[in-house]
Write a protein that binds this ligand. Structure first.
Ligand SMILES: [Zn+2]
Length: 311
């Protein structure tokens, strides 16, 4: 199990609470921070009857049963295959089981992952269980979107939140995790990934940052030169139109942030319209409309905006 360096503070918070576990514990983080490895560490520790420095020993009978997936007091609640939400029946069934005496002599544990996938009815059913805690029972909620949880659920949970690493720490981890990428590429990937190192790594692995720097080079040329072959750019991107839109919008938002700081009002309004137009291209895909021409149209307006501005 890999525990990433930025998980350390959350891990320390968990080990501090391990001796006196709350009835309900919420583990949260934004996407791409490896929350699932923190959850696996925590659930293994909770089920272990002889934890070493609060980590699962891996040896005791309870650990063995967890590893063999035969632990009688451990329940995982996730959306069924092909579904995105957790329904009330799944929660009711587990609540019923949790009301019985544990069989293995340790904690009874239910992990709800992702917790924000619960329907309102399911969340309300879980609330009943949270309001009538039985000793030796722990409910572990795991969510990368905790803002979608009912306030009544949140108020019943103790919470451990994984914070994004500082930019320098994230870049240092990326350097060690991705061989052959340069600093500029890493910075672009981190920005594109909203500061999440794991997501940034995926973007670099997928060649996304290369595509971004290609597009940015094209855009800077378009902005500075009156004559650019827009149609050839449109044709080059038409097969990867969703990539084009995502990367174009990313570049646009970066430009808008810079312009907002320097107070360039009129061009900002134009760029907001470009943002909407770019997203419309996604809706045109598969409709028979020529995507290359839609991209050319967008780029023409882009060029006009920057030529009429005094940027
Ligand atoms: Zn153990």
């Amino acid at each position: 199990m890999s525990i990433y360096p930025w998980l350390a503070p959350a891990l320390a918070q968990f080990t501090n609470r391990r001796a006196a576990l709350p009835h309900a514990l919420l583990l949260s983080a934004q996407a791409g921070l490896g929350l699932e490895s923190l959850a696996e560490f925590a659930l293994a520790s909770i089920l272990c009857t002889q934890p070493l420095a609060q980590a699962a020993c891996g040896q005791c009978r309870s650990c063995q049963m967890r590893i063999n997936q035969t632990h009688p007091d451990f329940y995982r609640i996730s959306p069924e295959a092909g579904k995105v939400s957790i329904g009330i029946d799944a929660i009711r069934a587990v609540s019923e089981s949790l009301s019985k005496t544990p069989q293995a002599g340790g904690y009874q544990l239910a992990v709800v992952e992702p917790a924000h996938a619960m329907t309102v009815a399911a969340a309300n059913a879980l609330l009943k269980t949270l309001e009538e805690p039985t000793s030796q029972t722990v409910i572990l909620l795991v969510s990368e979107n905790p803002g979608k949880l009912l306030p009544t659920i949140l108020s019943r949970c103790q919470r451990i939140h994984v914070h994004r690493p500082e930019a320098n720490a994230a870049a240092a981890w990326l350097t060690s995790a991705v061989s052959g990428s340069n600093e500029r590429e890493q910075r672009a990937a981190l920005a594109l990934a909203g500061g999440s190192p794991l997501l940034a790594k995926q973007l670099i692995d997928a060649g996304e940052t290369q595509a971004l720097s290609n597009l940015q080079a094209q855009l800077r040329t378009i902005e500075s030169a009156a004559s650019t072959n827009l149609l050839s750019i449109g044709k080059a991107w038409q097969q990867n139109a969703p990539d084009f839109v995502r990367l174009y919008v990313f570049d646009l938002l970066q430009t808008m942030r810079q312009l907002a700081q320097s107070g360039a009002g009129p061009i900002l309004n134009g760029l907001k319209l470009q943002h909407q137009k770019a997203n419309l291209i996604n809706e045109l895909i598969g409709t028979g409309v020529r995507i290359d021409l839609a991209i050319v149209d967008l780029l023409q307006l882009h060029q006009a905006l920057f030529r009429t501005s005094d940027r």
